[in-house]
Design a protein around this ligand. Structure first.
Ligand code: ZN
Length: 237
């Protein structure tokens, strides 16, 4: 087994003997630590258990190991369990974004933000325009760093154009929430906000591994029975 690229903490034993408990945490401050590999600065962590022990593990470890589970009393193989975990993750991230928008609205109850909320609930992402509005509101209440939690649509020509037509200051706000790939694409179209530069990696280092979450708008799980999405504030058990 090729394991040498990853660390597995000694207490873990055989990672494939652990099972999901179906508790997932979304730490928007990205300050969680993986208790399998020790990676820090994690946003999403998944609780697994083995005998009487529990641990919170990162997305990479979820992808790397064959962790099984039970669902409503039925055994779920590793592949199905991983798929189910990804589905829960997508829902949890969606819920996080929904909650953030609602809490911004509580502070700034404007029709513009209501429109953003409705758009997000329908699309699970933000158009560049809606993102600019929301991020301006976040900045206004001193929470601009949360913007990176949101996904902004830039794939279609229409959305790219929409981004390009934003004022420079708005593009700058939205820029913070974009992936490197999105930034590169928009830069190539001449839409980068003034003064920003894309950092190009020299060498051929592969990009960091990230799990591709289920596409938005797929109804992920129809029944949440027995599934608990734990907000960050809940203490670990
Ligand atoms: Zn890990």
């Amino acid at each position: 087994m090729v394991q040498n690229r990853y660390t597995l903490l000694e207490h873990v034993g055989n990672p494939n003997e652990w099972r999901y408990t179906w508790q997932i945490r979304d730490d928007i401050t990205s300050s969680s630590t993986c208790e399998f590999c020790g990676r820090t600065a994690q946003r999403l962590t998944y609780e697994v258990s083995h005998d009487t022990r529990t641990a919170w593990i990162c997305e990479s470890c979820v992808s790397r190991y064959n962790i099984a589970a039970d669902l409503d009393g039925e055994p779920l193989g590793p592949k199905a369990a991983r798929g189910y975990a990804h589905g829960l993750t997508a829902r949890l991230k969606q819920q996080t974004c929904h909650d953030i928008i609602r809490s911004v609205q509580a502070e700034l109850p404007t029709p513009e933000l209501e429109e953003v909320a409705v758009y997000f609930d329908r699309n699970v992402q933000l158009s560049p325009q809606h993102a600019a509005r929301l991020f301006a509101a976040l900045a206004q209440i001193g929470h601009e760093t949360i913007a990176s939690v949101f996904e902004v649509q830039t794939r279609s020509k229409a959305h790219q154009q929409e981004f390009g037509e934003l004022a420079d200051e708005q593009r700058r706000l939205v820029w913070n929430a974009l992936s490197q790939q999105q930034r590169r694409r928009l830069t190539s179209l001449g839409f980068a906000p003034s003064g920003v530069q894309i950092t190009r990696r020299s060498g051929r280092k592969p990009p960091r591994v990230e799990i591709q979450l289920a596409a938005p708008r797929i109804p992920v799980v129809s029944e949440a029975a027995g599934v608990e999405l734990v907000p960050k504030s809940k203490p670990a058990q």
